[in-house]
Write a protein that binds this ligand. Structure first.
Ligand SMILES: *Cc1c(COP(=O)(O)O)cnc(C)c1O
Length: 401
């Protein structure tokens, strides 16, 4: 089963990668638990070891459960291949390893997901890959930062804490003029709202842990590419021993089927919260690219089909006890890492500790908010009570021990 390419992505999300007729009519593909996969004959055994073999060889290289998810992802991105790996970070590591060798130089956006930076610093550097970080809003100016040995430019748009939108087509044009590949972390938008490959990007990674899975109970990542270097992605994941488990593959694939309606709701709730937060005197800035006063709004409007439910706010400076009173009493917003699930989250972050090429000069606390699927009025009421607690705690004299 598969909806043809002329259909909208919402339609393809429901159909891509499924083949009920191969499974007795069962709608969802079955979960294959496997390490050993038996070959029926010597001839088959020998064929399975040869390059280009596209059957099933060993659990680590995938089962029909793996392949149906990967087929769906490749179809959604219009990719030549998509590989499912153990987490979003593993997807970053596989894509970057596939596109670098000793002596190469990599340009990484200063707004990158922090563990990506850690991978660069602790692993790639050790193998003689030079890394430099660049201003996420550099656009065509990236051309001045490209060196003869630059092999890869890493983008993430918007940055998942500070929400700068990158001019991906301008970066791709400058990169390709010098034979440099471009990678995009597309976790925020998903294939639904932005397809980096359609804008010339060579490799896209996504933490399927987030919106694709959608229920905060799965770790899975994906790497997808277009062009002649794409086979390197699967080869690298295979060489590194990276794969993902059958139940997570199944759940991620099930999540795909409802992703369009969930993200539409995350988007609506996110915008309702962002607009309300803009009216609050406690809030200095709302960092949401779909708001007209966001510095990246025009680029977002040009390139994206929508916004997901993740954005940040910066409070006016408050004392720690007032911040704690605000956060600790929230009933609907959990404090925790990750996002993309059905539930709302709020998390403090300090961009100063996360960047090196650019500075962050807003003095107040940054809070990253994920708008879940709850009733938006209930979410606003929860935050409103939080601001009352914050005001009360702020007006009480702070007792030092
Ligand atoms: C969460 C996240 C990742 C990593 O995904 P995991 O599955 O948690 O490893 C990568 N990039 C972005 C932007 C993320 O938010």
């Amino acid at each position: 089963m598969s909806a043809d390419k002329s259909t909208k992505i919402e339609t393809r999300l429901a159909h891509a990668g499924r083949s009920p007729r191969d499974h007795h009519g069962v709608v969802n593909p079955p979960v294959y638990h496997a390490s050993t996969i038996l070959q029926p004959s010597l001839a088959a055994w020998e064929a399975a070891g040869k390059p280009g073999y596209d059957g099933y060889l060993y659990g680590r290289f995938g089962t029909p459960t793996t392949r149906s998810f990967e087929t769906a992802i490749a179809e959604l991105y219009g990719a030549d291949d998509a590989v499912a790996v153990s987490s979003g970070l593993a997807a970053i590591a596989v894509a970057m390893t596939a596109h670098t060798k000793t002596g190469d130089h990599v340009l990484v956006t200063d707004s990158a997901y922090f563990p990506c930076r850690k991978f660069c610093e602790t692993v790639l550097r050790k193998y003689g890959v030079a890394i430099s970080y660049y201003d996420p809003t550099v656009g065509a100016g990236i051309a001045d930062l490209i060196r003869p040995e630059t092999s890869l430019i890493v983008t993430e748009s918007p940055g998942s804490v500070t929400f700068e939108i990158q001019d991906i087509p301008a970066i791709v044009a400058a990169a390709h003029a010098r034979g440099v590949k471009v990678m995009t972390d597309n976790t925020w938008a998903t294939a639904l709202y932005f397809n980096p490959l359609d804008h010339g990007v060579d490799v896209v990674v996504e933490a399927a842990t987030k919106y694709i899975s959608g229920h905060s109970d799965v770790m899975i990542g994906l790497v997808a590419g277009r062009g002649t270097d794409t086979p390197r992605l699967r080869a690298t994941a295979g060489a590194l021993g990276n794969c993902s488990g059958p139940d997570d593959l199944y759940l991620a694939q099930r999540g795909l089927r409802t992703m369009a309606v969930r993200i539409a709701r995350n988007q609506a709730n996110g915008l309702a919260l962002a607009r309300w937060l803009q009216t609050r005197p406690e809030v200095a800035r709302v960092l949401h690219p779909a708001l007209p006063d966001h510095p990246g709004h025009a680029l977002w409007q040009r390139d994206f089909r929508g916004a997901s439910g993740l954005f940040s706010i910066v409070l006016h400076p408050v004392e720690k006890p007032a911040l704690a009173a605000f956060l600790d009493g929230l009933k609907l917003f959990g404090m925790g890492a990750s996002w993309g699930g059905y539930e709302s989250l709020i998390m403090p972050a300090d961009p100063r500790a996360l960047r090196s090429a650019t500075s962050w000069d807003m003095p107040g606390q940054l809070l990253r908010i994920h708008a879940g699927l709850e009733d938006p009025g209930d979410l606003i009421a929860d935050l409103e009570s939080g601001f009352e607690r914050l005001a009360q705690a702020g007006s009480r004299p702070h007792m030092s021990p």
